[in-house]
Design a protein around this ligand. Structure first.
Ligand code: CMC
Length: 428
């Protein structure tokens, strides 16, 4: 297209520069040629929290935050949630296309061959105190896997990379289940690879030697849909961490451990836990208007609302709301649901939330479902991390295969003291 450039006039010098525009973006390094004098470093862009900076080109996930659209490799999230499975979606994210029947069988087999944990990893999990937060266990256990599979350092070998991907996606649910059983003081159930990915996880957490034990298929399906919805979300805080840490060419376990640490925070994957605590604290539907008033005065946030990218209803939240009702038919209704629905109804009509485009996000209803599945609240961020592992790994591979990527190294604007001489202690 003609004139795909930006003309910039530097009013300090009167000089004009032409900068190419590609994919609606100018390169920040092109600004460096704009200098006030020969020894000037050149203009930098300042963008705290990366509000308007693309750090990569990606072909994995597309989001239109204003329209509330989310697609993985071009497939709308609604269609994937309805027709696909989490493992198929993980394949799609990692390999770029939906698998054939044969490839899907191969892929499922690869993952199911990697569900078991190394005994040393089991000892790591057992070393934690009974009340350790599961995310602390996840961050440590995944980092510990780096010591068990030292070949993982060969990140430029695609076959080695692929093997670590199978191990991570296979073992993460087992780590989650063992961490849970450790907490409640019960023996570990070894994985059963005849079950689906999510049914096996529920089995490892629940099974108590009952002769007639069967995983409830409605609950396994609900968890699978939640896993699909959480699998990737382009350059969010934890994914940017995975790419950033991975850009130093560390192994995928250490990078993923860092990504999980980023996910742990209450503004990110920890929000589902925070929503449940907020609903418990509100306690009754009648307390909702008072709570909203406090939020509007700046005394706390309405957790599960708002998003950096979505300025519309989060498409994942719409699907989750429906899943919540399916699950409550198979379990008993969660009394906190009534409070959540009331909060949503009041907030969606309130000028404060409308003006700021604050809508329910993925975490608003997911916690209620996790609670109906009897997961302890502290486990909620872990349940976010399990499926996000496939997104993190897909983004990590894409970063390694991108010739334009280098070690991540942002610039800064230095505003500290100018050069000064050291003052001896007796003169301060
Ligand atoms: N409750 C009340 N006010 C809010 C909320 C909220 N949940 N979120 C944003 N605001 C207000 C904020 O106070 C600010 O108002 P003002 O302009 O008067 O100062 C305005 O909206 C813009 O907020 P911001 O903090 O500049 O927006 P952000 O893009 O930096 O933050 C967010 C995005 C997700 C961190 C934020 O909306 C939030 O803290 N939400 C609650 C936590 C949450 O649910 N997180 C899960 C996100 S989705 C899953 C994931 O990605 O992990």
């Amino acid at each position: 297209m003609a004139n795909e450039t930006l003309t910039i006039t530097d009013n300090r010098t009167g000089q004009t520069y032409e900068v190419p525009i590609t994919h609606g973006t100018v390169r920040a390094t092109d600004l460096r040629k704009i200098k006030a004098s020969d020894d000037d470093f050149g203009i930098m862009s300042y963008d705290p929290a990366y509000m308007n900076t693309a750090g990569c080109r990606s072909t994995i996930t597309y989001i239109d935050g204003d329209k509330g659209i989310l697609e993985y490799r071009g497939y709308p999230i609604e269609q994937l949630a309805e027709h696909s499975t989490y493992l198929e979606v993980a394949y799609l994210l990692l390999y770029g296309e939906l698998p054939s029947q044969e490839r899907l069988a191969w892929w499922e087999n690869r993952i199911k061959r990697h569900l078991f944990l190394h005994n040393s990893l089991i000892s790591v999990i057992q070393a934690f105190r009974y009340d350790a937060h599961p995310m602390g266990i996840l961050v440590s256990a995944v980092a510990a896997m780096s010591t068990l599979y030292p070949e993982a350092k060969q990140i430029h070998d695609p076959a080695v990379r692929e093997k670590q991907i199978w191990r991570i996606i296979g073992q993460i649910p087992t780590i989650a289940a063992f961490a849970y059983r450790q907490r409640i003081g019960r023996p570990f159930n070894q994985p059963d690879n005849s079950l689906s990915y999510t049914a096996n996880m529920l089995y490892m957490m629940d099974y108590m030697n009952q002769r007639d034990y069967q995983v409830n298929p409605v609950l396994a399906k609900a968890l699978d849909v939640l896993f699909i919805l959480h699998a990737d979300h382009e350059q969010n805080c934890s994914t940017a961490t995975m790419r950033g840490v991975g850009s130093s060419h560390t192994d995928p376990y250490c990078a993923l451990s860092a990504a999980a640490a980023a996910l742990y925070g209450p503004l990110h994957g920890g929000a589902n836990e925070a929503v449940l605590r907020m609903l418990q604290q509100i306690g009754k539907k009648e307390h909702v208007p008072g709570f909203i008033e406090k939020v509007k005065k700046g005394e706390g946030r309405l957790m599960g609302f708002g998003h950096r990218v979505y300025k519309n209803y989060d498409p994942r939240a719409k699907i989750i709301r429906k899943v919540a009702y399916d699950v409550f038919e198979a379990t008993e209704t969660n009394p906190l649901l009534e409070i959540a629905v009331e909060l949503e109804q009041i907030a969606l009509k309130d000028e404060y939330f409308i003006a700021r485009k604050l809508y329910p996000n993925v975490d608003f209803y997911s916690g209620l479902i996790y609670q109906a599945l009897r997961f302890p609240i502290e486990y909620f961020p872990f349940l976010f991390a399990i499926p996000r592992a496939s997104g993190w790994l897909a983004q990590w591979q894409e970063m390694l295969n991108d010739d334009e990527q280098k070690i991540m190294r942002p610039r800064q604007i230095y505003l500290g003291p100018e050069r000064r001489d050291y003052v001896p202690m007796d003169q301060r």
